[in-house]
Design a binder for this molecule. Structure first.
Ligand SMILES: Nc1nc2c(c(=O)[nH]1)N[C@@H](CN(C=O)c1ccc(C(=O)N[C@@H](CCC(=O)O)C(=O)O)cc1)CN2
Ligand SMILES: NCC(=O)N[C@@H]1O[C@H](COP(=O)([O-])[O-])[C@@H](O)[C@H]1O
Length: 218
């Protein structure tokens, strides 16, 4: 890996997690840089965030492809040109095929808005409120073919408040996402974080039996 790990970030929307990664990459001690941002939606505000930071962007709409595999092949070709050390999914809302994941397994992370393995999939904030859970949060995990099933690395916990609605809860979780994603990317870029052959996340040469948990910042 070169002096600074090169990141490709995949987005579909607002890009606030992308912005958190951009901001961290611009710190003097950052061990990573962002070389490319790819969105499957042309209207993703994250593309403007990347443009303002001088980061090359590509839009690859999934609508132009008949199959997921065809889309993922085109996505892989875009990435091959950039040859990133790490792919960071940051609000990327497409399920990736096993063939694509296999090429990048161990070099692809995702931020998910729940305390995995609870609440995989979509609409997590509303589901947590519906269930009456006292805790919510976010998880950074390695991406595997199993949707949101990859080894968890780092989590932030957020208490659910009595007057929460999905939007208020999502905002507090998002603030914690912006804290933990850059941290996990730094760990990878520094060579401290690997996906072991045992399909567990290893941190500082120790297998993680559970994700590192940070409680919400005060
Ligand atoms: N093979 C994998 N692909 C993806 C993973 C993963 O772990 N393995 N993580 C997701 C991110 N994600 C939740 O964190 C997620 C994204 C999208 C969906 C989903 O149902 N997408 C629908 C379309 C929804 C939409 O366009 O609004 C779909 O792809 O048909 C579930 C979970 C990224 N990919
Ligand atoms: N299942 C994937 C998923 O729901 N990801 C979530 O989408 C949001 C993207 O926000 P952003 O575009 O502002 O980073 C984030 O909350 C992220 O955890």
């Amino acid at each position: 890996m070169s002096a600074r790990a090169r990141l490709a970030v995949l987005i579909s929307g607002s890009g606030s997690n992308l912005q958190a990664l951009i901001d961290d990459s611009q710190r003097a001690d950052a061990p990573f840089e962002i070389g490319l941002v790819i969105s499957n939606r042309a209207d993703a505000a994250g593309l403007e965030r990347a443009g303002r930071a001088g980061i090359p962007t590509q839009t690859l709409s999934h609508r132009g492809f008949e199959t997921r595999a065809a889309y993922d092949t085109a996505l892989a070709e875009l990435l091959a040109a950039q040859a990133p050390d790490l792919i960071a999914l940051a609000g990327f809302m497409r399920i990736l095929t096993p063939g694509f994941v296999e090429q990048w397994q161990g070099r692809m992370l995702n931020i998910h808005p729940s305390l995995l393995p609870n609440y995989r999939g979509l609409h997590t904030h509303a589901r947590v409120l519906e269930a009456g859970d006292p805790w919510h949060g976010a998880t950074v995990h390695f991406v595997t073919a199993e949707l949101d099933g990859g080894p968890a690395i780092l989590q932030a916990r957020v208490p659910v408040l009595a007057d929460d609605d999905p939007a208020r809860l999502a905002a507090r979780v998002l603030a914690e996402e912006h804290r933990i994603y850059p941290l996990a990317v730094r760990w990878f870029a520094e060579g401290r974080l690997v996906l072991g052959s045992d399909h567990r996340a290893w941190f500082d040469e120790q297998p993680l039996s559970a994700p590192v948990i940070l409680d919400a910042s005060a």
